[in-house]
Design a protein around this ligand. Sequence first.
Ligand SMILES: [Zn+2]
Length: 278
Amino acid sequence: MSRVIGIDVGGTAIKAARFAGSRMEERRTIPTPSAEVVGAVTELARDLLAPDVDGVGVAVPGVVVDGVVQYSTNVAWADVPLRETLEDALNVPVVVANDVNAAAVGVGGDLLYVALGTGIGGALVVGGELIEGARGLAGEIGHVPVWPDGEPCACGQRGCLETYASASSVVRRYGGVTSAAELVARLDGDPAAREVWDAATTALGIALASATLLLDPPRIVLGGGLAGAGAALVEPVRAELARRLAWRPAPPVELAADPADAGIRGAAVLARAVRESA
Ligand SMILES: [Zn+2]
């Protein structure tokens, strides 16, 4: 059986795994170095390489066009020709993709995928294809305004979904906790925590109602760190989405099955796809 490698380059860790079919057979995780990230990615891939590996997929947090990482804040890349560099070093076909797009493809089937992490990213898969838009910016649901005169967003707009519903936004708006999980643990006894959380799930419901009316996705999958909140997240979001849609049914809203490994799994799926089309 042929094999592929999936790599997920994150701001704090680089994860990589070799897959035989959909089975993960070997994996590595290293802390993201402060410099020479491309070298670290190359080394990880080399370490996992086997004679029958015939594709490598790399998911990166940034804007990717034709294998070139144009921009990535978390790893401070600008115009890095990652695909070419890795293909030269490894001698196998390489595909490089935005990490949210990779995670969406990794889930499988047509869907709207929303990654709730430090920021909020989105990706839309229709007919098995990622919808990229004219500038590669389709699916940026994090910067859909939910409250027109709301709080300023780091992007320059006001009232963006991301300002209320990202993992870092709920921590910032509540204050006094270091993680969203800590805030979720306080929901039952702390009205201030409840208020911040309700604003987040309401904002998500509003944004998903707009997305549903525009796109009619067959399902919506929530991933990223905040998806770890489980029922505390998905139940009020489902309720708000249903409340906002009067004349049409709401699509099912699900939690990503394996959010921590969504990036490497999606990168592996993309690697397999690029091999088959080569
Ligand atoms: Zn914004």
